[in-house]
Design a protein around this ligand. Structure first.
Ligand SMILES: NC(=O)c1ccc[n+]([C@@H]2O[C@H](COP(=O)([O-])OP(=O)(O)OC[C@H]3O[C@@H](n4cnc5c(N)ncnc54)[C@H](O)[C@@H]3O)[C@@H](O)[C@H]2O)c1
Ligand SMILES: O=C(O)C[C@H](O)C(=O)O
Ligand SMILES: [Mn+2]
Length: 550
């Protein structure tokens, strides 16, 4: 429904404002009132016509990367058109603005940077942080996605180029959960880079300096959080793509101080748990009877393992029984309790009973007789033919999730996993893959990506005004998502709904998490109806409002 909006800008200033600009869709009356005559060509187009023209242009571009660059240009000139494209063609647009193409965009960010979007807070300019945040343009900010660019997907340190990730994640908050783009703010904390290619690139846009570490880094993060809290006491702060050395410690330091979460740890855990719960529910099984190998023991690996552990405890397993079901590996093999330098999360899942045996992935797979294999290593091809064939030999329906992103870093392709498991595996990936031809039918490949969780979680936080984000809210989100699994009604169905239903997913996740937030006492008590109304009332839709001159 179109509203009437009072607008003070006119002429070039109005056309340069991406949230207010309508391009050729300004009506003749608006062109008169806002001094746009002469600045725009004569034609007046509808939003639908603008969408069609943009799609035609995108189709003619030579690569996903070129399409990403053009979409970013649309986003920076006309956000309504950008979100109309995304909401109407989500399946085609998602891989362009998000994973996998956003990975290449981060790697080539210095080439494509054109216009300011979001904030680059660099270490040398730390004393001016409060002034930068004070800009009145950010008065309405409700949700921030922040990265320091050190672990961008499976692509490693991308320095200030990591900005592509907060921009991409926030465009999903708007597309999937209807959070107004002017309430969102992407931020890069530019603490340097150890990526030699970037340091040697004369065109690098970031701070040309090796990464700061230790007390200086921690003090910079502290300064940032303090400044954010002072500027927006009720903001939701989403951490993304930090190195494993920083991700969990930052979350633990701040989770009881403000409304904050780490998407790689907690969002990933929730979507993976939802996919696994869906698989188990369909086959009437309990998770506590499964054996899980987690390949990768960083943010995602530990986050997923913790939530799956909680599922087993909820099923009635003792902690000892449940922990005995996990085998966690990193690049040095199986994590054993006597290994030095383990993080708290790794120590929880470290094995004590693995004596005098090789700790390599192949041996662990054979001896554990795993039924669930999850890849969050960031390394292509680790799920080999032998690994999959051995697993399929002792397991009727092996659950195999190569979740590493982008596509080029996936532990295996769904096609190979299906071929090696006589089409018996339940497969899902982190990045989008083309559909499979199974038993003569086309089968969509599930994308177990935290995009199924964070938009709805953000919507929950805005709708409830929650002051904290609890782990049980992620469990509720997982169960809310699992309740939408197509496998519930159809034995050949997918684990997760298709990405075309991400909006419906975000609402279900928001409602489930919001109910839990009330239960956990981190927001006021709301009835189910009130929660639904509050969630619905937030939603911004990409349509043009009528403008009247202030
Ligand atoms: N699908 C999703 O929603 C989703 C969410 C988060 C992360 N991920 C992906 O998961 C990967 C890891 O992310 P993270 O945040 O946990 O990173 P991280 O850096 O925190 O952890 C990576 C882990 O993988 C281990 N590893 C590296 N090489 C290995 C090898 N050869 N064998 C076994 N383990 C190895 C490392 O030792 C580390 O424990 C990335 O590719 C990321 O894109 C996917
Ligand atoms: O960004 C994604 O696609 C998912 C996840 O957050 C990742 O880091 O890979
Ligand atoms: Mn991430």
């Amino acid at each position: 429904m179109n509203k009437t909006l009072s607008v003070a800008l006119c002429g070039q200033d109005l056309l340069n404002h991406p949230f207010l600009n309508k391009g050729l869709a300004f009506t003749p009356e608006e062109r008169e009132a806002f001094e746009l005559h002469g600045l725009l060509p004569r034609a007046v187009l509808t939003l639908d016509q603008q969408v069609d023209a943009a799609l035609k242009f995108l189709d003619a571009l030579p690569s996903p990367f070129a399409r990403h660059v053009h979409l970013r240009e649309v986003q920076d000139t006309n956000e309504t058109l950008f979100y109309a494209l995304l909401t109407r063609r989500i399946e085609a647009m998602l891989p362009l603005v998000y994973t996998p193409t956003v990975g290449e965009a981060c790697q080539r960010f210095s080439e494509i940077w054109q216009r300011p979007r979001g904030l680059f807070l660099s270490y040398p300019e730390r004393d001016s942080m409060d002034d930068v945040l004070a800009n009145p343009a950010y008065d309405d900010v409700r949700i921030i996605v922040v990265t320091d660019g050190e672990r961008i997907l499976g692509l490693g340190d991308q320095g200030a180029g990591g900005m592509g990730i907060p921009i991409g994640k926030l465009s999903l908050y708007t597309t999937c959960a209807g959070i107004s783009p002017d309430q969102t703010l992407p931020i890069v904390l530019d603490t340097g880079t150890n990526n030699q290619d970037l340091l040697q690139n004369p065109a690098y846009i970031g701070w040309r300096h090796e990464r700061i570490r230790g007390p200086e880094y921690d003090a910079f993060i502290e300064r940032f959080v303090t400044a954010v809290q002072a500027r927006w006491p009720h903001v939701a702060l989403h951490w993304e793509d930090f190195s494993s050395a920083n991700a969990a410690p930052i979350l633990e330091r701040y989770r009881n101080r403000l409304c904050t979460f780490n998407d790689d740890i907690q969002g990933t855990a929730a979507v993976t748990t939802a996919a696994i719960l869906s698989a188990k529910a369909a086959h009437d099984g309990k998770l506590k009877d499964e054996t899980i190998v987690m390949l990768g023991a960083g943010s995602a690996g530990v986050g997923i393992a913790r939530l799956l552990l909680q599922v087993m405890l909820d099923e009635g397993a003792s902690e000892e029984e449940a922990l005995s079901r996990f085998y966690m590996l990193d690049q040095d093999g199986l994590i054993l309790a006597d290994r030095a330098g383990l993080s708290e999360g790794q120590a929880l899942f470290a094995r004590r009973d693995w004596k005098e045996r090789p700790t390599d992935f192949g041996t662990v797979m054979q001896e554990s007789r795993a039924s669930i294999l999850i890849g969050v290593s960031g390394v292509k091809g680790l799920f080999t033919e032998k690994i999959v064939r051995d697993m399929a030999e002792h397991c009727e329906r092996p659950i195999i999730f190569p979740l590493s992103n982008p596509t080029s870093h996936s532990e295996a392709t769904p096609e190979d996993i299906m071929a090696w498991s006589d089409e018996r595996a339940l497969v899902s990936t982190g990045s989008p893959f083309p559909p499979l031809d199974l038993h003569g039918r086309t089968h969509r490949v599930d994308q177990t990506n935290n995009a199924y969780i964070f938009p709805g979680l953000g919507l929950c936080l805005l709708a409830t005004g929650a002051t904290r984000v609890t782990d049980s809210m992620f469990m509720a989100a997982a169960r809310g998502l699992a309740s939408l699994s197509p496998l519930r009604d159809n034995p050949d169905g997918n684990l997760l709904p298709p990405v075309t239903q991400l909006r419906r997913v975000a609402f279900a996740v928001a409602e489930a998490a919001a109910r839990q937030a009330c239960e956990d006492g981190v927001c006021p008590e709301f009835s189910d109806d009130e929660l639904r109304d509050r969630i619905r009332s937030i939603v911004w839709t990409p349509e043009y409002d009528h403008y009247e001159k202030v």
